[in-house]
Design a protein around this ligand. Structure first.
Ligand code: SF4
Length: 305
């Protein structure tokens, strides 16, 4: 008995995915188009990309940042007035980061995008492995996230980038919104909204924010994008994992939950921003980076105070 193949609802070719939240079966071509359509819409609605801009893309070599760079290159690669520059940070996570940097190098060389690699060792004279081995009050991800964000922002500023693109997907954003709810941290949530121009901080953009994580993974696979699929050895430390499991369970029982969390947040954010106006931006008295206190979080985590 031959097994009946599921067909794409748009063209009747063999389907490679079923989207429970939309009720659609899609083939490779229409799935790829669907992802790219959502990315273009996100960019058009949230991020006003002007002429003669340099766009920095934070590239780890993992699926999210590789897919973000690949799609941006597909959308903007032919525009002569725009330049894409990939920025990779080597945090010093033995084996794991070396391998993912290999993927980042392969992708940028395949698609012809300029690639800059900077490390915690050069910038902070330490590595994440060294920081993680010390007695510490925060999880490794807190050190990694804060220091990487600060370094990527500085590099993007140095090269004159107008935008800094990250690979955050729908799952990442729904998890962050939920984590802030659980922690009662409403003020922090506002930072997730499309940012305003602030001196010393490069404008952020998350073109994959409407794409579920599983679809980012599938997009990379069906489009033969070289991506590192290994997991960071510190990942188990993240509180985010508990929230991820909870939301995945909800999504399975109630398809569309992650989109609903994001939609609810998008509706709330304007009201919240009026209630919690942006704090005054100062310069860190130690490193000079933009921050809202006298000393930035990166310098505080490095014990420079
Ligand atoms: Fe850094 Fe945590 Fe991500 Fe590992 S899982 S790369 S430690 S933020």
């Amino acid at each position: 008995m031959t097994e009946e193949k599921t067909r794409c609802m748009k063209c009747n070719h063999e389907a490679i995915i079923y989207q429970p939240y939309s009720g659609m079966h899609l083939c490779k071509k229409h799935f790829t188009e669907d992802v790219e359509r959502k990315v273009k819409l996100t960019i058009r609605k949230n991020y006003n990309i002007g002429k003669n801009e340099k766009i920095a893309v934070a590239l780890s070599g993992g699926k999210d940042s590789c897919v973000a760079l690949y799609i941006l290159n597909k959308i903007f690669g032919k525009r002569r007035d725009l330049e894409l520059v990939a920025i990779t940070v080597d945090e010093g996570i033995s084996v794991y980061r070396k391998r993912s940097i290999g993927y980042a190098k392969k992708l940028t060389s395949d698609i012809g995008v300029k690639h800059l690699i900077h490390s915690f060792a050069e910038e902070y004279d330490t590595s994440l492995d060294e920081l993680a081995a010390k007695e510490r009050v925060h999880g490794a991800c807190s050190y990694c996230g804060v220091l990487r964000k600060s370094l990527v922002n500085r590099i993007a500023l140095d090269i004159g980038a107008k935008r800094l693109v990250t690979g955050h997907n729908l799952d990442d954003e729904a998890q962050t919104i939920m984590m802030n709810h659980l922690g009662g941290d409403v003020e922090r949530m506002i930072r997730l909204s499309p940012p305003r121009e602030l001196e010393g901080l490069v404008l952020r953009a998350k073109p994959l924010r409407k794409i579920p994580e599983k679809e980012v993974e599938l997009y990379a696979k069906v489009n033969d994008i070289p991506v590192d699929i290994s997991l960071c050895p510190y990942k188990h430390e993240a509180l985010r994992n508990e929230v991820r499991l909870m939301l995945d369970d909800f999504e399975q029982k109630h398809p569309g939950t992650k989109y609903s969390i994001q939609k609810g947040f998008d509706k709330m954010v304007g009201i919240l921003a009026k209630e919690f106006p942006q704090a005054e931006i100062k310069k860190c008295t130690i490193c000079g980076q933009a921050c809202t206190a006298d000393v930035c979080q990166a310098c505080r985590l490095l014990g420079k105070t």
